[in-house]
Design a protein around this ligand. Structure first.
Ligand code: FES
Ligand code: FES
Length: 164
């Protein structure tokens, strides 16, 4: 994609959590800030701000990205899904299994878990733990997260495949 010149604003069309919209953005505006401060979607969190912790994870065209590293203009014509797109009821397995303690990592963990839950074929070559390597958690030791993800995936399988 052609990079915008410094200081020039761009008007882009994108879809956020299924809602089409148009935004005018500075070239340096981060997707994380657009979601949190413009669109009132505070689910994605800023941890490190450097692409290390995964607390800011969202799905961009169905793939997990660190929204702290994505300039919003790069979401032009694409689909963004934040943790707010996931129905609270779907998160019951994660909560039941102790996947969250302080909660700092939880939005990013849940978004990545959602990606895995929707694509069980990913676990043929890699373990869920490997697939979640980009999401750091200092509280849970990851056992609760992995147990919750397994239960979430089983719930999808019981319905005849990954949940949509
Ligand atoms: S805040 Fe984006 S990876 Fe840590
Ligand atoms: S629950 Fe505290 S960092 Fe994961």
């Amino acid at each position: 994609m052609k990079q915008p010149s410094e200081g020039a604003k761009l008007t882009i069309s994108l879809t956020v959590n299924g809602k089409p919209m148009e935004l005018t953005v500075e070239p340096t505006e981060r997707l994380l800030d657009t979601l949190r401060y413009r669109l009132g979607l505070p689910g994605a969190k800023e941890g490190c701000g450097e692409g290390e912790c995964g607390a800011c994870t969202v799905l961009l065209d169905g793939l997990p990205v660190n929204s702290c590293l994505v300039p919003t203009f790069q979401a032009r014509g694409r689909h963004v899904e934040s943790v707010e797109s996931i129905a609270p009821g779907e998160l019951a397995p994660m909560l039941r299994c102790g996947a969250t303690q302080c909660g700092a990592c939880t939005p990013g963990v849940v978004v990545t878990a959602r990606w895995i839950q929707q694509h069980p074929e990913l676990t043929v070559d890699r373990t869920p733990r490997e697939l979640m390597a980009g999401n750091l958690c200092r509280c849970t030791g990851y056992d609760g997260i992995m147990d919750g993800l397994a239960e979430w995936m089983n719930a999808g399988a019981d319905k005849g495949g990954a949940a949509s």
